[in-house]
Design a protein around this ligand. Structure first.
Ligand SMILES: Cc1cc2nc3c(=O)[nH]c(=O)nc-3n(C[C@H](O)[C@H](O)[C@H](O)COP(=O)(O)OP(=O)(O)OC[C@H]3O[C@@H](n4cnc5c(N)ncnc54)[C@H](O)[C@@H]3O)c2cc1C
Length: 310
């Protein structure tokens, strides 16, 4: 089963989701081809374990543009005719993947968090109804399938290679949109998606006046402060700190949750964290279903004891 992965990159750096897509592609049996669509494709390293071929598609602009990627992927599909195409379920992937699938009549599913083969068919598992239900979508063999895979679910493929590299010449695309510039996030915002240790607080902290205490504790522990949605909805912290379905997806080494019940929308953003520690007074709280370690305790008592240790 031939699989085509489209690499994602930004400002000259390959995004981790690319390596995760390669792992997912390998699990389908291969051969695996990775397309690098960029102004300088050779500057982007996608030589990972299990990659058989890399196709360089040279573009005029350095950064991502929907219609350039759409035209490139359509040409790649025409030329390579893979059985499956894997893109990230990311802003970029969502920008052109569905359009290609609709135009070419491909099988399609988004927010996929598991893929498997059943003979020559592909079975994708995805979430429905705001993560409340999971469903399997089976694609019989015969027409190509385009899947948008959820980031952080698959492990990143390790270094490998070197794979065969080929160049694909494309007629220039006249883009209807133009990338103008990157803007840094507003000062004071942090990127919770790259932190190794998140101290995450939820409605259980009670009131806004308690937030400085947890900011201080996070600082002492060397953690980054994250929050559940009610804290953002109340205007107590910026949305850049929110974990979950309508917030950020995170996968830190340690996720320490204080006073978070574990609603499906919250779990969607953190349940693949390496180690989850939950503190909650309610022994039935759903967060304990995903936690590796848990304390049925008052979070203020635990915070006080932790502060004494550091
Ligand atoms: C479309 C949609 C998208 C959403 N997206 C997100 C999202 O991205 N992120 C998100 O977080 N939510 C999201 N939500 C909201 C989600 O459904 C929950 O309402 C939310 O996650 C609950 O946040 P919480 O766990 O902080 O609060 P609660 O559910 O109110 O839980 C508070 C917990 O604190 C515990 N507690 C109280 N006091 C203490 C104490 N002193 N010590 C210890 N424990 C204590 C309680 O037992 C309780 O379990 C979304 C909802 C919808 C419909």
């Amino acid at each position: 089963m031939s699989v085509l992965v489209v690499a994602e990159h930004v400002q000259g750096r390959v995004r981790d989701v690319t390596y995760e897509l390669i792992s997912a592609a390998r699990s389908l049996g291969g051969p695996v081809t990775v397309a690098v669509i960029a102004a300088d494709p050779s500057g982007l390293d996608v030589a990972r374990e299990g990659v058989d071929e890399v196709v360089h598609v040279r573009t005029a602009g350095a950064e991502f543009e929907n219609d350039v990627y759409q035209a490139a992927l359509e040409a790649l599909l025409e030329e390579r005719r893979p059985d499956a195409v894997l893109l990230g379920f990311t802003v970029n992937g969502m920008g052109y993947g569905p359009a290609v699938a609709a135009k070419l009549g491909l099988g399609f599913a988004s927010d996929v968090f598991s893929v498997a083969r059943d003979g020559d068919a592909i079975v994708a598992t995805r979430a429905f109804y705001g993560q409340k239900a999971h469903g399997e979508v089976e694609f019989p063999a015969g027409r190509p399938v385009l899947l948008l895979l959820r980031p952080t679910v698959w492990p990143a493929a390790g270094p490998g290679g070197p794979p065969a590299v080929t160049e694909l010449e494309l007629a220039p695309t006249v883009s209807r949109a133009r990338h103008l510039e990157f803007r840094e996030a507003a000062k004071g915002d942090v990127d919770i998606t790259t932190a190794d240790f998140l101290l995450s607080i939820g409605r259980g902290i009670g009131e806004k006046e308690n937030i400085p205490m947890f900011e201080e504790l996070a600082g002492k522990l060397g953690a980054t402060l994250a929050v559940s949605r009610p804290i953002v909805d109340a205007g107590w912290m910026p949305s850049a700190r929110q974990v979950g379905q309508s917030g950020k997806t995170v996968k830190p080494k340690v996720y320490l949750a204080f006073g978070i019940s574990g609603a499906v929308q919250h779990l969607a953003g953190m349940k693949t964290s390496e180690t989850i520690i939950a503190v909650n007074t309610d022994p039935e709280a759903a967060i304990f279903d995903v936690a590796h370690y848990g304390a049925v305790a008052d979070l203020f008592d635990v915070a006080e004891e932790l502060a004494k240790l550091v």
